[in-house]
Design a protein around this ligand. Structure first.
Ligand SMILES: NC(=O)c1ccc[n+]([C@@H]2O[C@H](COP(=O)([O-])OP(=O)(O)OC[C@H]3O[C@@H](n4cnc5c(N)ncnc54)[C@H](OP(=O)(O)O)[C@@H]3O)[C@@H](O)[C@H]2O)c1
Length: 359
């Protein structure tokens, strides 16, 4: 019998890791700009998403395992979207993730490939580089999803999560540039509305159907101060869900809900809200005082993954907008209570509480 010495094992592991890193360099990420040129060509000859020629270029998600669920998530490079993607992958669910930062997507892909080599149960990650505040970015997504799903793949879980909070500050209402305003409205609201329809061909209209969730905020119901654009987009998402619940195109096989994920320690808090000059955004002081009191992105992800993947359909459809601080529902998914760090502000009228509102 041949015995491997420890240094032989070490060399083998190093070789495997190097191979994975080398292969990951050729990650078949779909870039919005390349795709939009081709997509207009394809559309001219074949309306809809009949992309036979393009499907050959990029290998679809493991077609030999059709029983695996597939999730689509926007905003997977950081924060809540990244934590949800990690949890799905850990649970063996494939993820197609969208964001702008190609380097961060590449790192996430490589990291998942490494973890995948240890556990074959993990889901596969596919990425799409797209700026969802642009026409090209929004238009490229459906075609990229078609490539990744292959001929028969379907999306089971959809999380429209990408979001930005800027422009910030009371004066921004009149001083923000049209570009800054559009970036917020288009990323947070327009892209979610456009993608709902653009992805319709890929919804699972059989068996368990597709669950679609929109990441909203308390700001959609109760504007704080200095977040007028952000609050407007979240109110828009809330109304979009309520309107769709009347008109849902796929009947009960395609179900919709919004979610308030709570106050979560992500870049929105650490960089944007705390980092803004208090002279421009007075609530920056309050948000700095709240440092250390917010929940982790992993906790918010636990809730969202439960709602999308585990909760019974009746529970998913119970509220047009779920709320992580719903103590009754917490009994179903969390082992410990999840408390609102701003509880006193929940009952104060908007005019008096504007200095204390969450994003
Ligand atoms: N954190 C909270 O306390 C809180 C509370 C309520 C609601 N929310 C909501 O939760 C969602 C996620 O926020 P987060 O706190 O996790 O923020 P985050 O850490 O800043 O993450 C935002 C994600 O969105 C992506 N994104 C931003 N602009 C994009 C664009 N134009 N095109 C494509 N992707 C874009 C970012 O990726 P790239 O930069 O790589 O593009 C990133 O992955 C947002 O909708 C936010 O409004 C957060």
């Amino acid at each position: 019998m041949k015995i491997f010495r420890p240094n032989t094992y070490f060399s083998l592991i190093t070789l495997c890791v190097s191979m994975i890193l080398f292969l990951s360099f050729f990650q078949p990420t779909v870039h919005a700009n390349n795709l939009s040129e081709k997509s207009s060509l394809t559309r001219a000859t074949s309306p809809g998403i009949g992309t036979q020629n393009l499907l050959e270029e990029i290998p679809p998600l493991a077609p030999e395992e059709p029983h695996r669920k597939v999730a689509f998530i926007t905003g997977v490079t950081r924060g809540i979207g990244r934590a949800v993607a990690e949890l799905f992958l850990e649970n063996g669910i494939h993820v197609i993730g969208v964001a702008r930062d190609a380097v961060a997507l590449q790192a996430f892909y490589t990291n998942n490939l490494l973890k995948n080599s240890i556990s074959r149960r993990r889901g596969e990650l596919k990425t799409i580089v797209a700026d969802l505040s642009t026409d090209a970015g929004q238009d490229s997504v459906a075609l990229a999803v078609a490539r990744y799903l292959g001929e028969n793949g379907k999306l089971d879980l959809v999380l429209l999560n990408a979001g930005v909070i800027k422009p910030l500050g009371p004066k921004a209402i009149f001083t923000a540039s049209a570009d800054e305003i559009r970036r917020c409205l288009r990323t947070n609201l327009e892209s979610a509305v456009v993608l709902t329809g653009a992805l319709y061909p890929f919804y699972n209209k059989k068996n368990e159907g597709t669950r679609i969730m929109y990441v909203s905020s308390i700001a959609g119901e109760r504007p704080g101060g200095g977040t007028a654009f952000y609050s407007t987009t979240k109110a828009g998402l809330d109304q979009w869900v309520r309107a769709m619940l009347k008109d849902a195109p796929g009947g009960d096989k395609v179900s919709f809900a919004g979610v308030n994920p709570g106050n979560v320690e992500t870049d929105i808090h650490s960089k944007d809200l705390r980092g803004e000059d208090p002279l421009n955004f007075p609530r920056a002081t309050f948000f700095n005082q709240m440092k250390g009191k917010l929940m982790s992105a992993e906790k918010a992800a636990e809730y969202i993954v439960w709602l999308l993947n585990t909760a019974p359909k009746e529970e998913f459809l119970k509220y047009p907008k779920h709320n992580i601080y719903n103590s009754e529902q917490q009994k179903l998914w969390s082992t410990e209570p999840v408390l609102d760090p701003y509880p006193a502000t929940q009952t104060i009228p908007v005019s008096k509480s504007s200095a204390l509102r969450s994003p």
